[in-house]
Design a protein around this ligand. Sequence first.
Ligand SMILES: *Cc1c(COP(=O)(O)O)cnc(C)c1O
Length: 480
Amino acid sequence: MKTIFEKSQTGKCALSIAACDVPEYRLEEGILRQEDARLPEVSEIDVVRHYTALSKRAYGVDDGFYPLGSCTMKYNPKLNEEVAALPGFTGIHPLQCPRTVQGALEVMYRLSEKLAEITGMDQVTLQPAAGAHGEYTSLQLIRAYHLDRGDTQRNKIIVPDSAHGTNPASASMAGYSIINIPSGPDGCVDLEALKAAVGKDTAALMLTNPNTVGIFEKGITQIAKIVHEAGGLLYYDGANLNAIMGTIRPGDMGYDVVHLNLHKTFSTPHGGGGPGSGPVGCKKALAKYLPGPIVVKTQEGYALSESSEKSIGRVKTFYGNFLVALRALAYIEVLGKEGIKQAAQLAVLNANYMMARLKGKFPTHSSKICMHEFVVSCEEIKKEIGVSALDFAKTMIDRNMHPPTIYFPLIVHEALMFEPTETESKATLDWACDTVLELLEEAYRDPEAFKKHPCSMPIGRPDEVTAARKPVIIFGRDSD
Ligand SMILES: *Cc1c(COP(=O)(O)O)cnc(C)c1O
Protein backbone atom coordinates (compact mmCIF):
# COMPACT_ATOMS: atom_id res chain seq x y z
CA MET A 1 0.00 0.00 0.00
CA LYS A 2 1.29 3.45 -0.90
CA THR A 3 1.75 6.10 1.77
CA ILE A 4 -0.31 9.27 1.65
CA PHE A 5 2.86 11.10 0.52
CA GLU A 6 3.27 8.77 -2.45
CA LYS A 7 -0.33 9.48 -3.40
CA SER A 8 0.33 13.22 -3.40
CA GLN A 9 -0.18 15.10 -6.67
CA THR A 10 0.77 18.75 -6.93
CA GLY A 11 -2.27 21.01 -6.92
CA LYS A 12 -4.74 18.58 -5.41
CA CYS A 13 -6.55 19.76 -2.33
CA ALA A 14 -9.09 18.28 0.06
CA LEU A 15 -10.59 21.48 1.32
CA SER A 16 -11.87 24.83 0.21
CA ILE A 17 -11.77 27.79 2.52
CA ALA A 18 -14.47 30.44 2.30
CA ALA A 19 -13.41 33.93 1.21
CA CYS A 20 -12.01 35.97 4.07
CA ASP A 21 -14.51 38.55 5.35
CA VAL A 22 -12.43 40.02 8.16
CA PRO A 23 -9.30 42.17 7.92
CA GLU A 24 -6.21 40.08 7.29
CA TYR A 25 -3.64 39.85 10.04
CA ARG A 26 -0.05 39.12 9.30
CA LEU A 27 2.10 37.30 11.87
CA GLU A 28 5.46 38.77 12.74
CA GLU A 29 8.30 37.77 10.43
CA GLY A 30 10.24 35.98 13.15
CA ILE A 31 7.58 33.35 13.72
CA LEU A 32 6.62 32.74 10.08
CA ARG A 33 7.68 29.54 8.31
CA GLN A 34 10.70 29.89 6.05
CA GLU A 35 9.37 27.28 3.64
CA ASP A 36 6.06 25.53 3.11
CA ALA A 37 5.26 22.53 5.28
CA ARG A 38 5.83 19.26 3.44
CA LEU A 39 2.22 18.11 3.31
CA PRO A 40 0.69 15.61 0.90
CA GLU A 41 -1.56 17.13 -1.75
CA VAL A 42 -4.58 14.88 -2.14
CA SER A 43 -8.29 15.22 -2.80
CA GLU A 44 -10.94 14.59 -0.17
CA ILE A 45 -11.83 11.18 -1.55
CA ASP A 46 -8.14 10.21 -1.63
CA VAL A 47 -7.94 11.01 2.08
CA VAL A 48 -11.09 9.05 2.87
CA ARG A 49 -10.01 6.00 0.88
CA HIS A 50 -6.48 6.06 2.21
CA TYR A 51 -7.47 6.05 5.87
CA THR A 52 -10.37 3.67 5.34
CA ALA A 53 -7.97 1.20 3.72
CA LEU A 54 -5.52 1.66 6.60
CA SER A 55 -8.26 1.11 9.18
CA LYS A 56 -9.14 -2.21 7.53
CA ARG A 57 -5.60 -3.40 8.11
CA ALA A 58 -5.94 -2.94 11.84
CA TYR A 59 -7.40 -5.59 14.11
CA GLY A 60 -9.41 -4.56 17.14
CA VAL A 61 -11.82 -5.92 19.70
CA ASP A 62 -14.65 -5.07 17.31
CA ASP A 63 -13.14 -7.39 14.67
CA GLY A 64 -12.84 -10.62 16.59
CA PHE A 65 -11.43 -12.63 19.48
CA TYR A 66 -8.64 -10.72 21.25
CA PRO A 67 -7.31 -12.74 24.21
CA LEU A 68 -4.27 -10.54 24.90
CA GLY A 69 -3.33 -11.53 28.45
CA SER A 70 -2.92 -8.80 31.08
CA CYS A 71 -4.56 -6.24 28.78
CA THR A 72 -8.28 -6.96 29.35
CA MET A 73 -9.32 -6.40 25.74
CA LYS A 74 -13.01 -6.71 26.45
CA TYR A 75 -15.87 -5.27 24.48
CA ASN A 76 -16.47 -1.66 25.40
CA PRO A 77 -20.16 -0.80 25.16
CA LYS A 78 -20.78 1.75 22.39
CA LEU A 79 -23.20 3.55 24.67
CA ASN A 80 -20.22 4.84 26.63
CA GLU A 81 -18.72 6.31 23.47
CA GLU A 82 -21.96 8.21 22.92
CA VAL A 83 -21.87 9.49 26.48
CA ALA A 84 -18.27 10.62 26.04
CA ALA A 85 -19.23 12.46 22.85
CA LEU A 86 -22.01 14.57 24.39
CA PRO A 87 -21.34 18.23 23.55
CA GLY A 88 -21.94 19.26 27.16
CA PHE A 89 -18.81 17.31 28.04
CA THR A 90 -16.66 17.81 24.95
CA GLY A 91 -17.34 21.53 24.60
CA ILE A 92 -16.12 22.67 28.02
CA HIS A 93 -12.76 24.09 28.99
CA PRO A 94 -10.75 23.10 32.06
CA LEU A 95 -10.22 26.75 32.97
CA GLN A 96 -13.94 27.44 33.13
CA CYS A 97 -15.31 28.68 36.41
CA PRO A 98 -16.45 25.67 38.53
CA ARG A 99 -19.95 27.14 38.74
CA THR A 100 -20.37 26.58 34.98
CA VAL A 101 -19.11 22.97 34.92
CA GLN A 102 -20.98 21.41 37.81
CA GLY A 103 -21.87 18.36 35.72
CA ALA A 104 -18.25 17.59 34.88
CA LEU A 105 -17.21 18.06 38.51
CA GLU A 106 -20.01 15.73 39.57
CA VAL A 107 -18.71 13.09 37.14
CA MET A 108 -15.25 13.27 38.71
CA TYR A 109 -16.65 13.28 42.22
CA ARG A 110 -18.97 10.35 41.65
CA LEU A 111 -16.34 8.29 39.84
CA SER A 112 -13.80 8.90 42.62
CA GLU A 113 -16.38 7.75 45.17
CA LYS A 114 -17.19 4.61 43.15
CA LEU A 115 -13.54 3.72 42.66
CA ALA A 116 -12.83 4.23 46.35
CA GLU A 117 -15.73 1.89 47.11
CA ILE A 118 -14.64 -0.75 44.60
CA THR A 119 -11.02 -0.73 45.80
CA GLY A 120 -11.65 -0.19 49.52
CA MET A 121 -9.58 3.00 49.56
CA ASP A 122 -10.38 6.32 51.25
CA GLN A 123 -9.39 8.90 48.64
CA VAL A 124 -8.81 8.84 44.88
CA THR A 125 -7.11 11.09 42.32
CA LEU A 126 -8.07 10.84 38.66
CA GLN A 127 -5.00 12.69 37.38
CA PRO A 128 -2.62 9.95 36.19
CA ALA A 129 -2.96 9.22 32.48
CA ALA A 130 -2.17 5.48 32.46
CA GLY A 131 -1.32 2.54 34.66
CA ALA A 132 2.41 3.19 34.64
CA HIS A 133 1.76 6.85 35.43
CA GLY A 134 -0.39 5.73 38.35
CA GLU A 135 2.46 3.54 39.56
CA TYR A 136 4.85 6.47 39.43
CA THR A 137 2.38 8.71 41.25
CA SER A 138 1.83 6.06 43.94
CA LEU A 139 5.56 5.68 44.50
CA GLN A 140 5.80 9.43 45.05
CA LEU A 141 3.01 9.13 47.65
CA ILE A 142 4.87 6.30 49.32
CA ARG A 143 8.06 8.34 49.46
CA ALA A 144 6.24 11.38 50.82
CA TYR A 145 4.64 9.21 53.52
CA HIS A 146 7.92 7.76 54.75
CA LEU A 147 9.85 11.03 54.60
CA ASP A 148 7.09 12.90 56.40
CA ARG A 149 7.47 10.46 59.28
CA GLY A 150 11.20 11.06 59.35
CA ASP A 151 11.81 7.59 57.99
CA THR A 152 14.54 8.40 55.53
CA GLN A 153 16.21 5.04 54.98
CA ARG A 154 13.52 3.43 52.86
CA ASN A 155 15.00 3.40 49.39
CA LYS A 156 14.03 -0.08 48.15
CA ILE A 157 10.98 -1.40 46.36
CA ILE A 158 10.33 -5.12 46.36
CA VAL A 159 8.92 -6.59 43.15
CA PRO A 160 8.12 -10.26 42.47
CA ASP A 161 9.81 -11.83 39.44
CA SER A 162 6.41 -12.25 37.79
CA ALA A 163 5.66 -8.50 37.86
CA HIS A 164 4.76 -6.46 34.81
CA GLY A 165 7.79 -4.59 33.49
CA THR A 166 6.27 -1.23 34.32
CA ASN A 167 6.56 -2.00 38.08
CA PRO A 168 10.37 -2.06 38.30
CA ALA A 169 10.56 0.64 35.62
CA SER A 170 8.35 3.03 37.61
CA ALA A 171 10.23 2.26 40.82
CA SER A 172 13.50 2.96 39.10
CA MET A 173 12.23 6.21 37.60
CA ALA A 174 11.06 7.26 41.05
CA GLY A 175 14.65 6.80 42.22
CA TYR A 176 14.28 3.54 44.12
CA SER A 177 16.45 0.49 43.83
CA ILE A 178 14.64 -2.74 43.17
CA ILE A 179 14.74 -6.04 44.96
CA ASN A 180 13.40 -8.93 42.92
CA ILE A 181 11.92 -11.85 44.81
CA PRO A 182 11.27 -15.24 43.23
CA SER A 183 7.86 -16.88 42.97
CA GLY A 184 7.25 -20.24 44.58
CA PRO A 185 6.50 -23.35 42.50
CA ASP A 186 2.77 -22.49 42.74
CA GLY A 187 3.38 -19.16 40.96
CA CYS A 188 2.68 -17.14 44.11
CA VAL A 189 4.97 -14.94 46.21
CA ASP A 190 7.44 -17.06 48.16
CA LEU A 191 6.77 -15.94 51.73
CA GLU A 192 10.21 -16.97 52.99
CA ALA A 193 11.89 -15.01 50.22
CA LEU A 194 9.71 -12.02 51.11
CA LYS A 195 10.62 -12.27 54.79
CA ALA A 196 14.27 -12.33 53.85
CA ALA A 197 13.89 -9.30 51.58
CA VAL A 198 12.02 -6.88 53.85
CA GLY A 199 13.79 -4.60 56.30
CA LYS A 200 14.37 -1.05 57.45
CA ASP A 201 15.09 -0.04 53.86
CA THR A 202 11.78 -1.37 52.43
CA ALA A 203 9.60 1.40 51.05
CA ALA A 204 6.95 -0.89 49.55
CA LEU A 205 6.09 -4.16 47.88
CA MET A 206 4.42 -3.80 44.47
CA LEU A 207 2.05 -6.68 43.83
CA THR A 208 -0.85 -7.36 41.52
CA ASN A 209 -3.54 -9.78 42.65
CA PRO A 210 -4.49 -12.01 40.91
CA ASN A 211 -0.89 -12.06 39.81
CA THR A 212 0.42 -12.11 36.26
CA VAL A 213 0.15 -15.88 35.92
CA GLY A 214 -3.57 -15.55 36.68
CA ILE A 215 -3.42 -16.98 40.18
CA PHE A 216 -4.91 -15.41 43.28
CA GLU A 217 -2.26 -14.73 45.92
CA LYS A 218 -3.91 -16.62 48.76
CA GLY A 219 -1.26 -15.52 51.21
CA ILE A 220 -2.10 -11.86 50.67
CA THR A 221 -3.03 -11.07 54.28
CA GLN A 222 0.20 -12.70 55.45
CA ILE A 223 2.12 -10.81 52.77
CA ALA A 224 0.55 -7.56 54.00
CA LYS A 225 1.52 -8.42 57.57
CA ILE A 226 5.15 -9.13 56.65
CA VAL A 227 5.49 -5.88 54.72
CA HIS A 228 3.71 -3.75 57.32
CA GLU A 229 5.65 -5.20 60.23
CA ALA A 230 8.83 -4.21 58.45
CA GLY A 231 7.43 -0.67 58.17
CA GLY A 232 6.81 -0.83 54.42
CA LEU A 233 3.65 -0.19 52.43
CA LEU A 234 1.74 -2.50 50.11
CA TYR A 235 1.00 -1.31 46.60
CA TYR A 236 -1.70 -2.81 44.37
CA ASP A 237 -1.10 -2.89 40.63
CA GLY A 238 -4.74 -2.76 39.60
CA ALA A 239 -4.32 -4.01 36.04
CA ASN A 240 -5.93 -7.31 37.05
CA LEU A 241 -8.85 -5.82 38.93
CA ASN A 242 -11.20 -7.20 36.27
CA ALA A 243 -10.96 -10.59 37.98
CA ILE A 244 -12.07 -9.45 41.41
CA MET A 245 -14.07 -6.23 41.14
CA GLY A 246 -17.25 -6.38 43.16
CA THR A 247 -16.17 -9.53 44.97
CA ILE A 248 -13.12 -8.58 47.05
CA ARG A 249 -11.32 -5.28 47.63
CA PRO A 250 -7.59 -4.50 47.70
CA GLY A 251 -8.22 -2.26 50.72
CA ASP A 252 -9.55 -5.25 52.66
CA MET A 253 -6.60 -7.41 51.62
CA GLY A 254 -4.23 -4.99 53.33
CA TYR A 255 -3.14 -2.80 50.43
CA ASP A 256 -2.37 0.86 51.16
CA VAL A 257 -2.21 2.33 47.65
CA VAL A 258 -3.68 1.19 44.32
CA HIS A 259 -3.72 2.26 40.73
CA LEU A 260 -6.45 1.25 38.31
CA ASN A 261 -6.35 1.07 34.54
CA LEU A 262 -9.70 2.54 33.53
CA HIS A 263 -8.87 1.70 29.90
CA LYS A 264 -8.57 -1.98 30.79
CA THR A 265 -11.24 -2.57 33.39
CA PHE A 266 -13.73 0.23 32.84
CA SER A 267 -14.60 0.64 29.21
CA THR A 268 -12.18 2.67 27.17
CA PRO A 269 -11.05 1.14 23.88
CA HIS A 270 -7.29 0.78 24.06
CA GLY A 271 -4.34 -0.83 22.38
CA GLY A 272 -3.77 1.81 19.73
CA GLY A 273 -1.99 4.20 22.03
CA GLY A 274 -5.01 6.41 22.69
CA PRO A 275 -5.71 8.17 25.96
CA GLY A 276 -5.88 6.06 29.09
CA SER A 277 -6.44 6.76 32.73
CA GLY A 278 -4.70 5.40 35.81
CA PRO A 279 -6.47 6.75 38.91
CA VAL A 280 -4.69 6.25 42.21
CA GLY A 281 -6.49 5.46 45.43
CA CYS A 282 -4.99 5.37 48.90
CA LYS A 283 -5.78 4.90 52.55
CA LYS A 284 -6.37 7.91 54.83
CA ALA A 285 -2.80 7.96 56.07
CA LEU A 286 -1.57 8.85 52.58
CA ALA A 287 -4.42 11.06 51.40
CA LYS A 288 -2.73 14.35 52.25
CA TYR A 289 0.07 13.62 49.79
CA LEU A 290 -2.25 13.14 46.78
CA PRO A 291 -1.96 15.47 43.82
CA GLY A 292 -4.57 18.21 43.82
CA PRO A 293 -6.98 19.68 43.23
CA ILE A 294 -9.63 17.15 44.22
CA VAL A 295 -13.35 17.66 43.67
CA VAL A 296 -15.30 18.17 46.87
CA LYS A 297 -19.01 18.47 47.54
CA THR A 298 -20.05 21.64 49.35
CA GLN A 299 -23.39 23.19 50.21
CA GLU A 300 -23.16 25.39 47.12
CA GLY A 301 -22.37 22.47 44.84
CA TYR A 302 -19.15 20.86 43.63
CA ALA A 303 -15.87 22.70 44.05
CA LEU A 304 -12.17 22.12 43.55
CA SER A 305 -10.20 21.92 46.77
CA GLU A 306 -6.67 23.21 46.80
CA SER A 307 -4.17 20.47 47.41
CA SER A 308 -2.75 20.05 50.87
CA GLU A 309 0.64 21.54 51.71
CA LYS A 310 2.07 18.04 51.81
CA SER A 311 0.84 17.15 48.33
CA ILE A 312 3.38 15.66 45.93
CA GLY A 313 2.06 18.21 43.41
CA ARG A 314 0.33 17.79 40.11
CA VAL A 315 1.18 14.83 37.90
CA LYS A 316 -0.87 15.93 34.88
CA THR A 317 -2.37 19.11 33.54
CA PHE A 318 -5.85 19.87 34.83
CA TYR A 319 -7.92 16.82 35.81
CA GLY A 320 -6.52 13.86 33.89
CA ASN A 321 -8.14 12.33 30.82
CA PHE A 322 -11.65 13.41 31.66
CA LEU A 323 -13.50 11.63 28.86
CA VAL A 324 -11.94 8.30 29.84
CA ALA A 325 -13.14 8.89 33.39
CA LEU A 326 -16.59 9.68 32.01
CA ARG A 327 -16.78 6.36 30.14
CA ALA A 328 -15.76 4.56 33.33
CA LEU A 329 -18.52 6.23 35.33
CA ALA A 330 -21.10 5.36 32.65
CA TYR A 331 -19.90 1.75 32.66
CA ILE A 332 -20.02 1.43 36.44
CA GLU A 333 -23.42 3.12 36.73
CA VAL A 334 -24.97 0.96 34.03
CA LEU A 335 -23.65 -2.33 35.43
CA GLY A 336 -24.26 -1.48 39.07
CA LYS A 337 -22.95 -3.40 42.05
CA GLU A 338 -24.27 -6.77 40.91
CA GLY A 339 -23.30 -6.27 37.28
CA ILE A 340 -19.70 -5.38 38.16
CA LYS A 341 -19.44 -8.52 40.25
CA GLN A 342 -21.00 -10.65 37.53
CA ALA A 343 -18.57 -9.27 34.93
CA ALA A 344 -15.63 -10.35 37.12
CA GLN A 345 -17.13 -13.78 37.72
CA LEU A 346 -17.77 -14.35 34.02
CA ALA A 347 -14.22 -13.27 33.18
CA VAL A 348 -12.95 -15.93 35.59
CA LEU A 349 -15.39 -18.54 34.30
CA ASN A 350 -14.41 -17.91 30.67
CA ALA A 351 -10.71 -18.22 31.43
CA ASN A 352 -11.24 -21.45 33.33
CA TYR A 353 -13.37 -22.87 30.55
CA MET A 354 -10.64 -22.19 28.00
CA MET A 355 -7.90 -23.44 30.27
CA ALA A 356 -9.79 -26.68 30.92
CA ARG A 357 -10.15 -27.29 27.19
CA LEU A 358 -6.47 -26.62 26.39
CA LYS A 359 -4.93 -28.13 29.50
CA GLY A 360 -4.35 -31.71 28.39
CA LYS A 361 -2.58 -30.54 25.22
CA PHE A 362 -0.49 -27.65 26.48
CA PRO A 363 1.15 -27.68 29.89
CA THR A 364 -0.43 -24.89 31.96
CA HIS A 365 1.42 -22.98 34.58
CA SER A 366 -1.23 -23.79 37.16
CA SER A 367 -2.92 -27.10 37.65
CA LYS A 368 -5.50 -25.39 39.80
CA ILE A 369 -8.25 -22.97 39.06
CA CYS A 370 -7.11 -19.77 37.40
CA MET A 371 -8.57 -16.29 37.73
CA HIS A 372 -9.29 -14.14 34.64
CA GLU A 373 -6.29 -15.36 32.64
CA PHE A 374 -4.00 -18.35 32.36
CA VAL A 375 -0.60 -19.15 30.97
CA VAL A 376 0.31 -22.19 28.89
CA SER A 377 3.83 -23.12 27.92
CA CYS A 378 5.09 -24.25 24.51
CA GLU A 379 8.46 -25.23 25.98
CA GLU A 380 7.96 -28.98 25.54
CA ILE A 381 6.56 -28.55 22.05
CA LYS A 382 9.53 -26.42 21.10
CA LYS A 383 11.96 -29.04 22.38
CA GLU A 384 10.13 -31.75 20.44
CA ILE A 385 9.47 -30.14 17.07
CA GLY A 386 11.10 -26.70 17.20
CA VAL A 387 7.83 -24.77 17.08
CA SER A 388 7.77 -21.79 19.46
CA ALA A 389 5.18 -19.62 21.19
CA LEU A 390 5.94 -16.98 18.53
CA ASP A 391 5.08 -19.46 15.76
CA PHE A 392 1.73 -20.17 17.38
CA ALA A 393 1.01 -16.47 17.76
CA LYS A 394 1.90 -15.75 14.12
CA THR A 395 -0.27 -18.61 12.86
CA MET A 396 -3.29 -17.40 14.83
CA ILE A 397 -3.17 -14.20 12.79
CA ASP A 398 -4.01 -16.27 9.69
CA ARG A 399 -7.01 -17.70 11.53
CA ASN A 400 -8.46 -14.27 12.30
CA MET A 401 -7.62 -14.48 15.98
CA HIS A 402 -5.53 -11.88 17.77
CA PRO A 403 -2.63 -13.72 19.40
CA PRO A 404 -2.48 -13.99 23.18
CA THR A 405 0.34 -12.25 25.04
CA ILE A 406 3.56 -14.15 24.41
CA TYR A 407 6.80 -14.49 26.40
CA PHE A 408 5.20 -12.88 29.45
CA PRO A 409 5.43 -13.41 32.36
CA LEU A 410 9.13 -14.09 32.01
CA ILE A 411 9.08 -16.87 34.60
CA VAL A 412 7.17 -19.16 32.20
CA HIS A 413 9.24 -20.21 29.19
CA GLU A 414 7.58 -20.07 25.76
CA ALA A 415 4.51 -18.59 27.39
CA LEU A 416 1.15 -17.98 25.78
CA MET A 417 -1.05 -15.96 28.09
CA PHE A 418 -4.78 -16.01 27.35
CA GLU A 419 -7.28 -13.56 28.79
CA PRO A 420 -10.60 -14.19 27.06
CA THR A 421 -12.56 -11.61 29.17
CA GLU A 422 -16.20 -11.76 30.20
CA THR A 423 -17.67 -10.46 26.96
CA GLU A 424 -16.95 -13.59 24.85
CA SER A 425 -19.70 -16.15 24.32
CA LYS A 426 -19.28 -19.89 24.83
CA ALA A 427 -19.50 -20.30 21.06
CA THR A 428 -16.55 -17.95 20.53
CA LEU A 429 -14.53 -19.65 23.26
CA ASP A 430 -15.23 -23.04 21.68
CA TRP A 431 -14.20 -21.73 18.27
CA ALA A 432 -10.99 -20.33 19.77
CA CYS A 433 -10.16 -23.57 21.58
CA ASP A 434 -10.91 -25.65 18.47
CA THR A 435 -8.68 -23.35 16.45
CA VAL A 436 -5.77 -23.53 18.89
CA LEU A 437 -6.05 -27.33 19.08
CA GLU A 438 -6.17 -27.57 15.28
CA LEU A 439 -3.04 -25.43 15.11
CA LEU A 440 -1.31 -27.81 17.47
CA GLU A 441 -2.05 -30.71 15.12
CA GLU A 442 -0.95 -28.64 12.17
CA ALA A 443 2.35 -27.86 13.90
CA TYR A 444 3.08 -31.55 14.47
CA ARG A 445 2.05 -32.45 10.91
CA ASP A 446 4.44 -30.00 9.27
CA PRO A 447 6.58 -27.92 11.64
CA GLU A 448 8.52 -26.22 8.84
CA ALA A 449 5.41 -24.97 7.04
CA PHE A 450 3.97 -23.88 10.39
CA LYS A 451 6.89 -21.51 10.94
CA LYS A 452 6.12 -19.58 7.74
CA HIS A 453 2.91 -17.96 9.04
CA PRO A 454 1.33 -15.46 8.74
CA CYS A 455 0.70 -15.78 4.99
CA SER A 456 -2.41 -13.60 4.71
CA MET A 457 -0.85 -10.32 5.82
CA PRO A 458 0.95 -7.57 3.86
CA ILE A 459 4.07 -8.40 5.84
CA GLY A 460 4.84 -11.66 7.61
CA ARG A 461 7.57 -11.52 10.17
CA PRO A 462 9.12 -8.09 10.51
CA ASP A 463 12.39 -7.71 12.38
CA GLU A 464 10.72 -6.57 15.58
CA VAL A 465 13.91 -5.65 17.38
CA THR A 466 15.13 -3.32 14.65
CA ALA A 467 11.62 -1.93 14.24
CA ALA A 468 11.55 -1.07 17.93
CA ARG A 469 15.15 0.14 18.25
CA LYS A 470 15.48 2.03 14.98
CA PRO A 471 11.98 2.98 13.93
CA VAL A 472 11.63 4.85 10.65
CA ILE A 473 8.69 7.07 11.36
CA ILE A 474 9.28 9.92 8.91
CA PHE A 475 8.51 9.11 5.31
CA GLY A 476 11.40 9.47 2.94
CA ARG A 477 14.09 9.56 5.62
CA ASP A 478 16.27 6.73 6.78
CA SER A 479 16.70 6.05 10.44
CA ASP A 480 19.93 7.20 11.91
C1 LIG B 1 -1.07 -2.96 31.58
C2 LIG B 1 -0.38 -3.22 32.85
C3 LIG B 1 0.35 -2.21 33.49
C4 LIG B 1 0.62 -0.84 32.89
O1 LIG B 1 -0.51 -0.12 32.54
P1 LIG B 1 -0.51 0.96 31.35
O2 LIG B 1 -1.86 1.56 31.45
O3 LIG B 1 -0.27 0.20 30.09
O4 LIG B 1 0.58 1.94 31.64
C5 LIG B 1 0.90 -2.50 34.73
N1 LIG B 1 0.80 -3.73 35.27
C6 LIG B 1 0.12 -4.72 34.66
C7 LIG B 1 0.03 -6.09 35.33
C8 LIG B 1 -0.47 -4.52 33.43
O5 LIG B 1 -1.11 -5.51 32.81
